[in-house]
Structure formats: C-alpha cells, structure tokens
Design a protein around this ligand. Structure first.
Ligand code: RET
Length: 247
C-alpha cells in the first residue's frame, strides 16, 4: 500500500516543478490562470499523498455488521480541493459562462464531501451506500456539464481548442467514472477482493493509477497546448464576460 503512495509523491513532486517550468514565460492572463489552476492539481495531490503516507489521514473504520476497514479518508478530503482545479482549468479553456462553471465546481465539491461521509459512516453498511448514492447524484451534474454544456462552448472556439477539449473531456469522464467503480468494488464497498492488507493495497493502487491519468496525463496534455499561448485562447474575453455566440 505505501509503495503506491510514495510513487505518487515522487510523480506529483516532479509534475509540480515541471509545470512551473513550462509556464515560466506565459504572459496572457487567461493562460496564466489556467496554468496556476493546473499547477495546483499535482501540488494538492502531493500534500494529499503525504497526508496518507504519514498516517495522518488514514484510519480504521469499524463498520457495524461488517468489521474493520482501512479508510484512506484523506483522499476524499483532498479531492475537494484538487477536482475543482481540474474543472476550473477546463471551464476557462472552453470559455464557460460563470453560472455553469460555478455549478460544475459546487456540485463537484458536494460529490467529494458526501464521498467522505460515505467513507467515514460506521452505523450501517446501507447508510454508506446512501451517501454513495447522494455523491453519485452530484457527480452526474458534473458529467452533464462536461458532456453537454462545455462541448457547446468549445464548438464556438477555435478548432484546436475544440479538439483538445474533446480529448480532455473523454479522458476526464472515463477516468472519473473509475473512482466510484473502485469505491464500489474495493475495500470500502463490496470488497470483492476482500478487506485484508492485500486488498487495501490493490484498492490504493487502483486509485493511484486513476490519479496518474486524471491529473498527470490531463495536465501534461493541457499545458503542452497552452505553453505556446495559442491565439484561439488568448484573444478571448475572460470567462463569463462573453456569450457563446460572440467570437
Ligand atoms: C466517490 C464515492 C461516492 C460516489 C462517487 C465518487 C466519485 C469520485 C470521483 C473522484 C474523482 C477524483 C479525482 C481526483 C483527482 O484529484 C467519492 C468515489 C461518484 C469522481 C479526479
């Protein structure tokens, strides 16, 4: 289990330094904002993984009718900070209006906090699943914005932005669905691989691998595109100040 944590600490540390380096000459305010948001993703993740590796944000939850399960609750806590940054970067890229961006981020935070509640509930197994359902409902709103709202905004931007967004959207939606699946099948849910040390390690590695794609690959793709400050992004108004039909 701890190898999956130290691996991620190293990767996220390297990513943070790399992304700062990639953004060193960027001047356009919108591109800079997206850079700052995206640099925050591995930076938060680094802190998250250190919280787990140091034992601070891991605990044993004694669930009634089920027994003791290791809960890496620090993950859910820190997703509250890292996932809004992912959505902020995507929203700024497509020139989202403010209400939609706010909705995506607010419901995303709701998803993470209720996911944390699912992980920490010990009264009854079914109550954990109720939290899981509530969190999933929040999640579906985020998915709706990603699949329906933002593609419309992306379609009125340059062809380069549209195709990059298409790639990032698919990556994000596919990988983000992996998280509830790992929760449902892993040690905290149905425990299909059991609840012992080995099962905890498998669950932890599964989350870590999803994180590599959802954060590291995502950020590299986005920042590689933005480092050249493409005109399709820089000539736009700040988010919210523009209607999708202008441009
Ligand atoms: C939980 C369990 C409850 C139901 C749902 C979940 C969704 C989690 C997601 C997490 C995404 C995390 C990312 C982290 C990167 O920093 C909380 C597992 C729907 C979608 C992308």
């Amino acid at each position: 289990m701890s190898s999956s944590l130290w691996f991620m600490i190293a990767l996220m540390g390297i990513a943070t330094v790399l992304f700062v380096y990639m953004g060193r000459g960027v001047e356009d305010p919108r591109v800079r904002t997206i850079f700052v948001a995206t640099i925050g993703i591995p930076a938060v993740s680094l802190a998250s993984y250190f919280g787990l590796a140091s034992g601070l944000t891991i605990g044993v939850v004694d669930i009634a009718g089920r027994g003791e399960v290791v809960a890496m609750w620090g993950r859910y806590l820190t997703w509250t900070f890292s996932t809004p940054l992912i959505l902020l970067a995507l929203g700024l890229l497509v020139g989202s209006d403010r209400p939609t961006l706010f909705a995506a981020i607010a419901f995303d935070v709701g998803m993470c906090v209720t996911g944390l509640a699912a992980a920490l509930t010990r009264q009854a197994v079914w109550m954990r699943w109720v939290w899981f359902g509530i969190s999933s409902a929040f999640f579906l709103v985020v998915v709706y914005v990603l699949l329906v709202e933002w593609p419309r905004d992306a379609a009125v931007q340059g062809a380069d932005v549209e195709s990059l967004f298409g790639l990032l959207r698919t990556l994000t939606v596919v990988l983000w669905f992996g998280y509830p699946i790992v929760w449902a099948l892993g040690t905290e849910g149905l425990a299909v691989v059991g609840t012992g040390v080995g099962a905890t390690a498998i669950t932890s590695w599964a989350y870590s691998l999803l994180d590599v794609g959802a954060k590291f690959v995502f950020a590299v793709l986005l920042l590689r595109f933005l480092a050249d400050e493409p005109a399709s992004v820089t000539r736009r108004q700040p988010a919210g100040a523009q209607s999708p039909t202008e441009d």
